[in-house]
Design a protein around this ligand. Structure first.
Ligand SMILES: [Zn+2]
Length: 168
């Protein structure tokens, strides 16, 4: 569904809800004299209140879901995921639709912010600028790799010199 239609629907629902609240209020005033009108008055106020809250929430969510806003959120999500995202992660963690997630990732690809890379049938989106490169200690002689926390500059297995390099 397109955004204009969703906006229109939400606004119509807000108006319907406001109408229900107004009529409910009118019934409530009448009910002061005819108690038989009390129940329908309360029912209309309750339904109107719930509908108003729900439709205003929808409007707020729609206003927040502008393409720019989504792109910013996707970018931030990529940063917290070490520079790699799938559409499923974007949908699941940002609570947006599949179409919105896909649209945002395509925009980011076309702007060169990230690139897509299929792996085992799943499309991964790689944000090169956000990818953290892990540093490791590597032996220049035998090629063994150790965590940076490894003490000393000598390879425990061959005694060669350890250099700090980017993990491959
Ligand atoms: Zn070594």
């Amino acid at each position: 569904m397109n955004r204009a239609f969703l906006y229109f629907t939400a606004i119509v629902l807000v108006i319907v809800a406001a109408g229900l609240l107004f009529i409910g209020l009118a019934f409530l005033i009448v009910a002061a004299k005819s108690p038989g009108d009390l129940l329908p008055a309360l029912a209309m106020l309750a339904v109107g209140g719930v509908l108003l809250g729900w439709s205003l929430g929808k409007l707020k969510a729609l206003a927040a879901a502008t393409p720019d806003n989504i792109d910013t959120q996707v970018d931030a999500l990529a940063a917290s995921h070490g520079g790699e995202l799938t559409i499923a992660e974007v949908v699941g963690e940002l609570g947006i639709s599949q179409a919105d997630a896909q649209g945002s990732l395509h925009r980011l690809v076309s702007r060169g912010v990230c690139r897509s890379e299929p792996r085992n049938g799943t499309e991964f989106y790689i944000f090169a600028g956000l990818k953290q490169t892990m540093k490791v200690k590597k032996c220049g002689y035998c090629g063994n790799v150790y965590p940076v926390a490894q003490a000393g500059r000598q390879c425990p297995s061959c005694g060669g010199n350890l250099d700090i390099v980017d993990q491959e």
